[in-house]
Ligand binder design. Structure first.
Ligand code: ATP
Ligand code: SKM
Ligand code: MG
Length: 184
């Protein structure tokens, strides 16, 4: 087992809580956290919705690929991935090689409610299909769910859990599975 602390990547659909949980987990472990979407926006100097609108989704996916490649080379960080990052085959392979991948799984109704209630959605969550809304979540989640599950070494069903409870579960899993990273 590699003793150098690696990367813990949080994956899952939009609204599952990756950005909310990453800093909580980082504080518990004494690591840092990085939000990949925020890093893309910082490098591009525009919001994700502006990138989609002005340059198209394919440019966004190239930026996402590069940001993930860079972040996954770091040590002792929690990466909150964007909702689509794990769909790229190379990114997924790099996540697994870098450390542990945690899938935050939620039902369509919970995701739809959280996305609708989050004021950052207009800037960060442009439509991925012609429909947007609940219909889009149902469709995209059915395509992505098997990929998220296949990538993950831990899946947490988050519907009924608070952010602190989710961070607790992930922390317990990591301290057991990667004791060598934390007991030095
Ligand atoms: N466990 C939870 N319980 C209640 N509300 C939550 C929980 N996790 C996240 N939220 C809320 O849901 C919204 C979306 O959370 P967050 O931005 O962390 O999702 P995300 O997975 O990072 O989404 P994206 O893939 O679009 O970046 C936020 O308003 C957040 O406060
Ligand atoms: O699910 C997706 O494809 C996305 C999720 C968000 O985190 C952002 O990365 C962007 O809005 C795309
Ligand atoms: Mg996020």
């Amino acid at each position: 087992m590699n003793e150098t602390p690696g990367v813990i990547t949080l994956i899952g659909y939009r609204g599952s809580g990756k950005s909310s949980i990453a800093p909580l987990l980082a504080t518990r472990l004494g690591w840092t956290s990085v939000d990949a979407d925020a890093e893309i926006e910082r490098r591009a100097e525009r919001s994700i919705s502006q990138i989609f609108e002005l340059e198209g989704e394919s440019t966004f996916r190239e930026l996402e690929r590069q940001v993930m490649r860079d972040l996954l080379k770091s040590s002792a960080i929690i990466v909150a991935a964007g909702g689509g990052a794990a769909i790229n085959d190379e990114t997924r392979a790099e996540m697994k090689a870098a450390g542990e991948v945690v899938y935050l799984s939620a039902t369509v109704d919970v995701l739809a409610g959280r996305i609708a209630g989050d004021e950052s959605s207009p800037d960060r969550r442009p439509n991925l299909t012609g429909t947007g809304g609940r219909v889009e979540i149902v469709r995209m989640l059915s395509l992505r769910e098997p990929i998220y599950r296949q990538a993950a070494s831990l899946t947490v069903d988050v519907d009924e859990l608070s952010p602190d409870q989710i961070a607790d579960r992930i922390e317990m899993f990591l301290r057991k599975r990667r004791a060598v990273w934390f007991n030095a």
